[in-house]
Design a protein around this ligand. Structure first.
Ligand SMILES: [Zn+2]
Ligand SMILES: [Zn+2]
Length: 148
């Protein structure tokens, strides 16, 4: 069973609706064509009744599927969180971003700066750099780790 842990290491089990949504996000990453890593992110309402946007990491639509180790870019693929943010069109309703991976510093800054009203960030696997989480916490976005 999946559980959710906050920064104080209090864990709770997930509702069926939350669990199904997380599994959907985790399945979504398999669509990524990135040669380095496969990541997916979704924006969902706090009651998990509505999905606003989905994103996977990759290159520009209809062009190179992966920009990692490409002569086109030294920055690699567009991250899942970034693609999820730019495809969202609702700015008012409170949202949770679910991502299969902990955010990098750039994505965390974009999540803070975007006019999207993200209240919580839930992620599955750790990233080597934890400064992204610090940026989210400084902006009062609550961070939770999903234990699968
Ligand atoms: Zn890539
Ligand atoms: Zn990122």
């Amino acid at each position: 069973m999946l559980t959710l842990t906050d920064k104080l290491f209090d864990a709770r089990s997930l509702t069926q609706k939350e669990e199904i949504t997380i599994k959907y996000c985790n399945n979504l990453k398999t669509l990524s064509k990135c040669k380095k890593d496969k990541v997916a992110a979704i924006l969902v309402s706090e009651d998990f009744n509505q999905i606003y946007s989905i994103g996977i990491n990759g290159g520009p639509k209809g062009q190179d599927n992966c920009l990692c180790n490409s002569e086109l870019s030294k920055f690699g693929c567009v991250h899942a969180e970034q693609n999820c943010l730019i495809k969202n069109s609702n700015t008012t309703n409170a949202k949770i971003m679910i991502c299969t991976k902990e955010p990098c510093v750039t994505c965390a800054a974009l999540i803070v700066n975007a006019n999207v009203n993200i209240k919580e960030f839930w992620y599955i696997s750790d990233y080597k750099d934890h400064r992204g989480l610090k940026i989210l916490e400084n902006a009062n976005i609550n961070v939770f780790k999903i234990n699968v």
